[in-house]
Design a protein around this ligand. Structure first.
Ligand code: DUC
Ligand code: ZN
Ligand code: ZN
Length: 476
């Protein structure tokens, strides 16, 4: 029997801390050796001139999520995880949405049934709490945290999803008591409703007014409120999909005050602006997502947040709807007002190439930071480290090999998801993931999916090291 199943030779191995030229030895799906001169393997992958990085972890994606009457998300678990693999991502963390009146267990059973046997990469669910009943808070959530569902998202906006401040405090208290991590969608629901009604009365109903209806103040206020509520119950909180300087500065302020407040930004806030919502006819619907993309100064602020560590996690918020489809962006109601256009854009495959090209190749962030925000920090934050998120002995052999000289023009057919467009169409990219390996098995090579679906597994997670040791909420 050979020493290794696979060796990756001659590449530059990069982690969040170091880069070194060495061989990687893989056995039974794990990294078992790092060194030089490895030869004894069933398969030898020559990575000379290439970068050998931990596979990406996209900690914020939506797949096969119910999205309102008559609307269908463009990805199922097969296409969503295929797209992830094509873009160099080896683990995705989709949301399991609790619908009103539904038990969390029932929601999870339904999502697991959708994912079973379909996935190309590993998957681990966050929960979305939309109905925090006594039963959910008192029994279901604590049991599910122990079962490895150690993070949950709450919304401060959206009909049927928004929790009021009291409900947010209740959910945060359960997180405090169980050692779970709360993720917050921070936008002020009443302010958005007010703005939307004003705009509709004035006949301003085109997709671009989606951005007008959710200005920065709406996000800044909710971000500050979420931080304050978390401070009250002494619980860490992750503010997701931050789009601008003012919200970023709320997080920085809290961090400087000593609170455990974490921040995530996403691809769209680095490279899109609200002007993208301005296209002819309904074209702007292709860019409708929440919070909306802002302006160039906001992009700069998001880069600053990534560079300086205010944002530790970089995600796609992949939430795909087809454009030319009555069940997608061109839903008939959407023509009457932006408020009915489904919120969300595809991006799970474009996330890493865009950050690599715009960030590393243009000198905005270094390679180690790239690895940190796209793999190591998400793994640490959500209880997957050190099994995932790094190249180290004992870790899963989740590896992406990058050719830093490869250039591509982004177009949706490269990306393999179920949408019929990409909001990043035409972007010139330098640096591309030429091989994606999940637990020792190559799933993508040179832009082709070579593994069969079903290799991806669901991962139960440990508690976040950022979460408090479980204990009751106490007040002095
Ligand atoms: N929030 C998300 O996290 N994703 C898509 C839509 C939204 O509002
Ligand atoms: Zn959200
Ligand atoms: Zn999202």
């Amino acid at each position: 029997m050979r020493t290794f199943d696979t060796i990756i030779t001659g590449g530059t191995v990069v982690t969040a801390a170091d880069r070194i030229t060495c061989d990687v030895g893989i056995k039974d799906g794990r990294i078992v050796a790092l060194g030089t001169g490895f030869t004894d393997a069933d398969e030898i992958i020559d990575a000379t001139g290439k970068l050998v990085l931990p596979g990406g972890i996209d900690a914020h994606v939506h797949i096969a999520q119910p999205s309102g009457e008559g609307i269908v998300m463009a990805d199922d678990f097969e296409s969503g995880t295929r797209s992830a693999a094509l873009g160099g991502t080896t683990t995705v963390m989709p949301f399991c949405l609790q619908e009103k009146g539904q038990s969390l267990r029932a929601a999870l059973t339904a999502y697991h049934a959708k994912a079973a046997g379909e996935c190309h990469v590993d998957v681990s669910f966050h929960l979305i709490i939309s109905d925090p009943t006594d039963q959910v808070l008192g029994q279901e959530l604590p049991a599910l945290v122990e079962d490895g569902y150690t993070s949950f998202k709450i919304f401060m906006t959206y009909e049927g999803l928004a929790l009021n401040d009291r409900e947010i405090l209740d959910v945060m208290s359960v997180a405090r008591e169980t050692g779970a991590l709360v993720m917050v969608h921070a936008e002020n629901y009443d302010a958005i409703r007010f703005m939307t009604e004003q705009l509709e009365k004035a006949g301003r109903t085109a997709p671009r007014f989606h951005a007008t209806s959710r200005p920065i103040a709406v996000e800044r206020e909710a971000t500050h409120r979420a931080i304050s509520l978390a401070e009250l119950v002494d619980v860490p909180v992750m503010i997701v999909h931050v789009s601008n300087r003012e919200a970023m500065e709320q997080i920085r302020w809290a961090q400087q005050k000593g609170l455990t407040v974490l921040g995530e930004t996403c691809t769209q806030y680095l490279v899109l602006t609200e002007n993208d919502l301005d296209g002819l006819g309904m074209e702007g619907a292709k860019y409708v997502c929440s919070p909306p993309p802002r302006d160039v100064a906001s992009q700069e602020a998001c880069w600053e947040g990534l560079r300086t560590g205010v944002f530790t996690v970089f995600s796609s918020d992949h939430c795909p709807f087809r454009y030319d489809d009555e069940q997608g962006k061109l839903t008939p109601k959407g023509r009457s007002s932006f408020r009915w256009v489904p919120n969300g854009i595809p991006g799970v495959a474009a996330r890493l190439p865009i950050l690599f090209s715009e960030g590393v190749m243009k000198g905005r962030i270094d390679l180690e930071r790239f690895v940190a925000v796209t793999a190591t920090n998400p793994a640490k934050t959500y209880g997957l480290y050190p099994r995932k998120g790094t190249i180290a002995i004992g870790s899963d052999a989740d590896v992406t090999i990058w050719d830093p000289t490869c250039t591509k023009t982004l177009t949706y057919t490269l990306l393999g998801d179920g949408a019929d467009y990409t909001p990043y169409e035409g972007m010139e990219i330098t640096g591309w993931p030429v091989l994606t390996m999940v637990r020792g098995r190559t799933v993508v090579r040179d832009g082709w999916v070579v593994g069969a679906k079903g290799h991806g597994e669901h991962l139960a997670r440990a508690k976040s090291p950022f979460a408090k040791a479980p204990g009751p909420v106490s007040f002095a």
